[in-house]
Design a binder for this molecule. Structure first.
Ligand code: D54
Ligand code: ZN
Length: 280
C-alpha cells in the first residue's frame, strides 16, 4: 500500500513540482479487478479506488490489514464512504447487497467484516471511489442516493463559481464517527470551486475530481493562504489537503468533485474563510 507520511507547511514551501505531486496527489485509482489504496498519516485517512470488471473484488484485495492497520480486517476499527462514479455495480456488506448506480453513495459502518465489489457489465465497469477514517463505534450502514443528499446551492455565474454542494455523509443525513463526504457539481461556464477559499485546522480534506471532459484539467490550489501552490489534476485524480492548506480549484471547464473530511470537528461551516485578495 502506498503510504504518505504527513508533510508540514514549512518544508512544503520549498517543494519542487514533483515533490508536491508525490506527497499530495493520488493517481491511477482504477486498475481492473484491483483495489488501489493510499494511506495518509494526515488523520489516518485511506483513499481507495476499485474497478471490478470480470471479478468480485474484496475490499482488502492486495492489502495486508495486520501489517498496515494492526487489525484483522479492513473495517474492524474503520468506517468508509463509497461513491460509484462508473457503470452500474453492486456492493455486498456482510451479506447485505446494495445496487449502486452512477453517483450513488454507501456508508459502511465499523465492524463490517466482508465487503465485495462487482460490476453489472464488465464492458461498463463500476468505479468505486472510497475514503475511510478510523472509527470508535458502529452506526448504521446506509445507502444514500443523490436525492437524499442535503443540497446547498452556492456561487454565481458572474464569478464563475455557480455550483451545488451535495452533502451525502453529513450529520444532517446520518451519524458517523468522523467521516463526512459529499459531491460538488459545477454548472457549465463555472470553473471555480471553494472560492472564497478556506482552511479548517480541526479536520483534513481530500478532493477527487471527475467529469473533467477530454483534455481539460483542474488547477488545484493548495498551501497556506499566503503561500499558495498549485497541482494540475486530470480526471479521476485525488489530492490530500492537510489542515493548514487551502483546497480550491479552477478548471479549464466545469467538472464535479467528491470531498471527504476526517477529524473531530464535523461542523461543516466551521471554516476559516479569507477574501480572495488576502491570499498570495
Ligand atoms: O469544507 C468543505 C469543503 O471544502 C467543500 O464542501 C467545499 C466545496 O465543495 C465548494 O465550496 O465547492
Ligand atoms: Zn474544506
Amino acid at each position: 500500500m502506498d503510504i504518505r507520511y504527513s508533510a508540514n507547511q514549512r518544508d512544503v514551501k520549498r517543494y519542487t513540482t514533483e515533490e508536491l505531486r508525490d506527497e499530495f496527489l493520488i493517481t491511477g485509482l482504477y486498475k481492473a479487478n484491483e483495489v488501489v489504496a493510499v494511506y495518509s498519516h494526515v488523520d489516518r485517512m485511506v483513499t481507495l479506488g476499485c474497478m471490478p470488471t470480470t471479478e468480485k473484488v474484496s475490499i482488502d484485495k492486495g492489502i495486508d490489514c495486520w501489517k498496515n492497520f494492526g487489525t484483522h480486517y479492513f473495517l474492524e476499527r474503520r468506517e468508509i464512504g463509497i461513491f460509484n462514479i462508473g457503470g452500474e455495480g453492486t456492493i455486498t456488506a456482510d451479506g447485505q447487497t446494495f445496487k449502486m448506480g452512477y453517483k450513488d453513495c454507501l456508508y459502511i459502518t465499523k465492524g463490517t467484516k466482508e465487503v465485495y465489489f462487482e460490476s453489472t457489465d464488465a464492458e461498463k465497469p463500476a468505479k468505486f471511489y472510497m475514503v475511510s477514517a478510523p472509527a470508535h463505534t458502529s452506526y448504521t450502514t446506509t445507502f444514500i442516493p443523490i436525492e437524499k443528499a442535503a443540497k446547498r446551492p452556492c456561487g454565481e455565474a458572474e464569478t464563475s463559481n455557480k455550483r451545488t454542494i451535495n452533502q451525502f455523509i453529513h450529520p444532517d443525513v446520518l451519524k458517523t464517527c468522523q467521516l463526512s463526504m459529499g459531491m460538488t457539481v459545477l454548472e457549465p461556464g463555472s470553473v471555480w470551486n471553494t472560492m472564497p477559499s478556506h482552511t479548517h485546522e480541526r479536520r483534513m480534506e481530500i478532493y477527487m475530481y471527475f467529469e473533467v471532459p477530454g483534455d481539460n484539467v483542474v488547477f488545484h490550489m493548495m498551501g497556506e493562504p499566503t503561500e499558495t501552490r498549485h497541482i494540475i489534476m486530470k480526471n479521476e485524480e485525488a489530492v490530500i489537503s492537510p489542515s493548514w492548506s487551502i483546497h480550491s480549484g479552477a478548471g479549464t471547464s466545469n467538472y464535479t468533485f467528491i470531498w471527504a473530511m476526517g477529524g473531530e470537528n464535523m461542523e461543516f461551516d466551521d471554516m476559516d474563510t479569507m477574501k480572495p485578495n488576502e491570499m498570495k
